[in-house]
Design a protein. Structure first.
Length: 261
């Protein structure tokens, strides 16, 4: 059985110090940069905007720059806090650090998902992964690689449509997690879930049932993850730290993964 929460490093007297242990691996950036290219849900009235407050050489002769930004909580690589789809659940600032860090497995369903834009990741997909590897224990993060990360930030290929506005919602076509699998992950006590698509629910979802199930169990989600193809199927340690927005339903997310060299 896979360890419930693989340690990033060991601190006993027989092992090298933390710095040496970290040097034996590498960090993989799993976030997209925020810019005017950042993708948001089609009916979002605004996207990411960076305004210049000051930039250039000061009267004292040194360079100085300062900017302000405006952005919705949900867009680009971001966190869905449980409060996003479940009343009175944890907000972005209330999630504990241990809920946002820990061991992760990566389940690759890209072969199926790239052939079917409306693919629903199933319990059978996870069972097939477990047959190849081992049982996923509780307290692991479960990340799903659909292969759609290769299309970001091309809205047409990533969302299934480049149209904007409420009428574009019906045109969304991308893979997601089946509600039945969400219930299964709750029973398995998954720490968090992540995916390389715009949503843990597939594009054609009308009730966002997967969100409701996972958020209702205080399980956070990471959406629009980058570079999942650079992670091994086992042995990754995730650090997913969102902007600490008080009472936020989500937040921009800088998520990284440590893997052994």
């Amino acid at each position: 059985m896979l360890a419930s929460a693989p340690l990033l490093f060991s601190c006993d007297s027989k092992t090298p110090d933390v710095t040496e242990q970290l040097a034996r691996g590498q960090w993989i950036d799993l976030s997209y940069s925020f810019s005017e290219e950042t993708l948001y849900w089609p009916n979002n009235p605004t996207g990411f905007k960076l305004d210049t407050l000051s930039e250039g050489t000061t009267p004292a002769g040194f360079y100085y720059s300062s900017f302000s930004f405006n952005a919705p909580e949900h867009g680009g690589t971001h966190l869905d806090a449980p409060l996003h789809f479940a009343a009175n659940r944890l907000s972005a600032d209330q999630l504990r650090i241990d809920q946002l860090t820990g061991g992760a497995v990566v389940i690759d369903v890209s072969e199926k998902a790239l052939k079917d834009r409306d693919y629903l990741i199933s319990i059978d997909d996870v069972l097939a992964w477990e047959k190849k590897h081992d049982t996923i224990s509780s307290n692991n993060m479960v990340l799903f690689r659909t292969g759609y990360g290769q299309f970001y930030p091309d809205a047409e290929k990533y969302f299934g449509t480049s149209q904007k506005g409420a009428e574009a919602i019906a045109l969304l076509h991308f893979p997601g997690i089946a509600p039945e699998l969400a219930e299964w992950l709750v029973k398995r006590k998954a720490k968090a879930v992540g995916i390389d698509t715009p949503s843990i629910d597939y594009g054609q979802s009308k009730d966002f049932k997967t969100h409701q199930i996972l958020m209702g169990a205080d399980i956070p989600a990471f959406e629009n993850m980058a570079n999942l193809d650079q992670l091994p199927e086992t042995g990754t340690y995730i650090v997913a730290l969102p902007m600490k927005i008080k009472n936020g339903s989500g937040a921009p997310l800088r998520v990284i993964g440590w893997v052994k060299k």
